[in-house]
Design a protein around this ligand. Structure first.
Ligand SMILES: *Cc1c(COP(=O)(O)O)cnc(C)c1O
Length: 370
């Protein structure tokens, strides 16, 4: 059986080192916002070539806190509109709502699954103040065009980088795009994942960073003195310790993912399968390898019968979710044909740094026989 994702196998190599770290943290007696979080924030900022990294509780909070930070700084206001791709993972949209902002959905491109920059301008109103770019499945969105639109319309760009750790922009040879701020998740299945929940924000904006360091910790920098109405969303010390062990291998892991993607693209020869577009640069870290096919349930069943596990990311588009029916946003009758087509046709093949060459060969062989 080839599992879609073998987290045990991914984390096994760190077992001994992690046990030692755990002992160290235990004996040191400082369990919240200690040395491990501080080290991670420093090294992840260096890795991303940003001035600041703020460790937070999870990827969702990272997004919410960025928006709340901009509200605190007066750069966003409650009720402002935020452009977001219609086919994103629901967390992106929920984060906008959680910050009392208004999500405005824009269709993606069928070939990349990322937001279609040509459709952004027509959705911009006098209330539009930000674009939440999602680098979906690990591939950076078309940032050249998006940066241009943002500049022209004076919009803040926030990046949902929860699936794109380490993706390098063709424009700036920088990690992701980083115009203003990026949100990361270290949920176990992500390209850089911990053993529970974890997240981070990166930014070059000193004012935003200052507010965020405070907002994540009850709005307080100095204990028991509260400057802002904050929350409790701190990166856990033990999770940070684990991330410190894994971060040095992130680039090598991403290389392995790209190597598998190259094999799939070159060796899968079946007219029923449609591939995602990729320019073969390092702007894609293949968090997921997502193909399209008509009648994808048949393919998924066939692969399962051959001991290959696949997953659908995601089966229901956000605007069709019950959570957004008439009682709330009234989105269910909206029409986003490209988004709906994608959600009907996509299937994620196994891809991970621990997938072996022979397992990849087997997946290819079985798909070619379909
Ligand atoms: C995983 C993910 C999130 C949320 O991260 P959590 O750590 O699970 O809160 C947000 N956006 C996208 C695109 C994600 O894939």
């Amino acid at each position: 059986m080839i599992p879609f994702l073998d987290l045990k196998k991914i984390n096994e190599p760190y077992e001994t080192a992690f046990q030692e770290k755990l002992k160290l943290v235990l004996h040191n007696g400082w369990y919240i916002l200690g040395k491990e979080v501080e080290t991670f924030e420093k090294t992840f900022a260096e890795y991303c070539k940003t001035d600041y990294c703020i460790g937070v509780g999870n990827g969702f909070d990272a997004l919410v806190l960025i928006f709340k930070g901009y509200i605190q700084l007066g750069k966003l206001q409650k009720g402002d509109e935020v452009i977001v791709p219609a086919n994103t993972f629901i967390a992106s949209i929920l984060a906008i709502l959680q910050a009392d902002l208004v999500p405005v959905l824009v269709e993606p491109k069928l070939e990349t699954y990322n937001i279609n920059p040509d459709l952004v301008q027509e959705k911009i109103t006098s209330k539009t103040k930000a674009i939440l770019v999602v680098h979906l499945y690990g591939q950076l969105a078309e940032m050249e065009k998006i940066n241009e639109i943002a500049e022209k319309n004076n919009l803040i760009i926030v990046e949902d980088s929860a699936q794109s750790h380490g993706a390098i922009s063709n424009l700036k040879s920088k990690i992701n795009n980083l115009q203003s701020s990026a949100a990361y998740s270290f949920y176990p299945g992500k390209n850089l994942g911990c053993l529970g929940d974890g997240g981070a924000i990166t930014t070059n904006d000193p004012e935003l960073a200052k507010v965020l360091f405070s907002l994540r910790n009850y709005g307080s920098q100095q204990k028991y003195y509260n400057e802002y109405i904050g929350v409790n969303s701190r990166l856990d010390e033990i999770q940070a310790a684990f991330l410190n062990l894994k971060l040095p291998n992130l680039d090598a892991d991403n290389d392995k993912r790209r190597a598998i993607a190259k094999r799939y693209l070159a060796e899968i020869k079946n007219e029923k399968i449609m591939f995602p577009f990729w320019d073969f640069s390092e702007n894609h870290v293949f968090h997921l390898f997502v193909i399209r096919t008509q009648n994808r349930e048949a393919l998924q069943d066939y692969l399962m019968q051959n001991d290959i596990q696949t997953v659908i990311h995601y089966p229901v588009p956000p605007h069709k979710q019950k959570a957004f029916s008439t009682e709330t946003l009234g989105w269910n009758n909206l029409s986003f044909p490209i988004t709906e087509k994608i959600h009907n046709e996509i299937l994620s093949l196994p891809i991970s740094p621990v997938l072996t060459d022979s397992e990849v060969s087997f997946v290819i062989e079985i798909i070619n026989k379909y």
